[in-house]
Design a binder for this molecule. Structure first.
Ligand code: PCA
Length: 333
């Protein structure tokens, strides 16, 4: 059934469910929120979100009960942001760069080599948060927290020693930047969501992918790939957004509990991500994946691609982009 037919029913069923519980349990009318997320249960992002929802539940004595629907099971990744905006669900998770078609500032964290380590990624986030908050607020969305993925690299079935080895590979991508990078490397990009990765490989639709050590380990990359190049291209972030309308319906204490838990989740999540980089790299190796870093020839090519993509981004992102870059560079001085 197309999702547009299902969603109004879900919303309707939700509304009926809530009003019935108000009638029958008026003394303890807890608020229940459904929260769609795109990634699976093994992913550290999902674990962090579950800790966030547990904390909210505890801090509010069960007044706000957020139920996590992981792995795109309630709503597919492509629909999550608009579903929150339209009030079909009150809260959700998306990768920020997925919104790049709305405004290039959302993909500032996916420009190759602009911020390729955790310290830089954090500084870039400090420099971009306010503008991103404002853009989301224009759509009645409130940003609760963001957490980065580990640095992005390239998985292949053969060893990559130079740029020519990337040519003509069917490369799995997940946002505009990974698609553009694949193109500039002479590969053929195809966007595939994480839950569909194993099928995309087993059916031969793709033979290589851009992602993190984390997602490679979560999707058991060793079943269909043998090499990971830890190129550390960028650290894209997931963000948790809530509809301002749903948020404003909460009482003051509950709102504060959500904001406090969000702040903690952001701190915890960034730490988890660093830790996950180390763990996932060793899981990959333990399962037979050869982990390398770019040879000088490959590095030159990736750097050249990075420069091109930085220029393209600066051009697209205009004044807002320049503002972010200035603030970022100020922080680094
Ligand atoms: N995992 C997600 C986004 C980036 C990452 O490391 C993916 O591959 O789609």
């Amino acid at each position: 059934m197309p999702i547009c037919n299902v969603l109004p029913r879900l919303a309707f069923a939700g509304a009926v469910g809530v009003s019935l519980s108000i009638l029958t349990l008026s003394a303890q009318a807890a608020t229940e929120w459904d929260m769609p997320t795109p990634y699976g249960d093994r992913t550290f992002h999902t674990e962090n979100i579950r800790e966030f929802t547990d904390e909210v539940r505890q801090a509010t004595d069960g007044e706000l009960d957020i139920k996590v629907h992981s792995n795109g099971s309630l709503i597919g990744h492509a629909e999550i942001k608009n579903s929150v905006r339209r009030g079909i669900v009150p809260i959700g998770e998306v990768i920020m760069s997925r919104l790049a078609n709305e405004n290039p500032i959302f993909e500032v964290d996916s420009v190759p080599y602009l911020a390729a380590g955790y310290e830089e990624a954090r500084a870039l986030w400090e420099a971009s948060r306010e503008i991103i908050d404002e853009e989301l607020a224009k759509q009645n969305l409130r940003l609760l927290f963001t957490v980065p993925w580990p640095p992005q690299g390239i998985y292949t079935q053969e060893e990559v020693t130079g740029p020519d080895d990337l040519k003509n590979l069917n490369m799995r991508a997940y946002n505009n930047a990974s698609e553009r990078l694949a193109q500039l490397a002479g590969a053929v990009p195809t966007q595939v969501e994480v839950p569909d990765i194993p099928t995309a490989f087993s059916t031969g639709r793709v033979g290589a992918m851009i992602t993190s050590p984390a997602t490679g380990a979560d999707t058991k990359a060793w079943d269909y790939l043998s090499h990971f190049n830890h190129a550390q291209l960028w650290l894209p972030k997931n963000m948790i957004i809530v509809s301002e309308r749903a948020f404003s319906r909460l009482d003051d204490d509950t709102r504060q509990a959500v904001l406090d838990a969000a702040e903690e989740a952001e701190e915890r999540g960034w730490e988890m991500s660093r830790e996950e980089t180390r763990e996932a790299l060793s899981v990959l190796k333990d399962n037979g994946i050869t982990v390398t870093t770019p040879t000088p020839e490959l590095e030159d090519k990736l750097q050249e691609i990075g420069d091109t993509m930085t220029d393209e981004w600066v051009e697209r992102a205009g004044e807002q982009g320049q503002q972010i870059l200035d603030a970022y560079r100020d922080q680094q001085d």
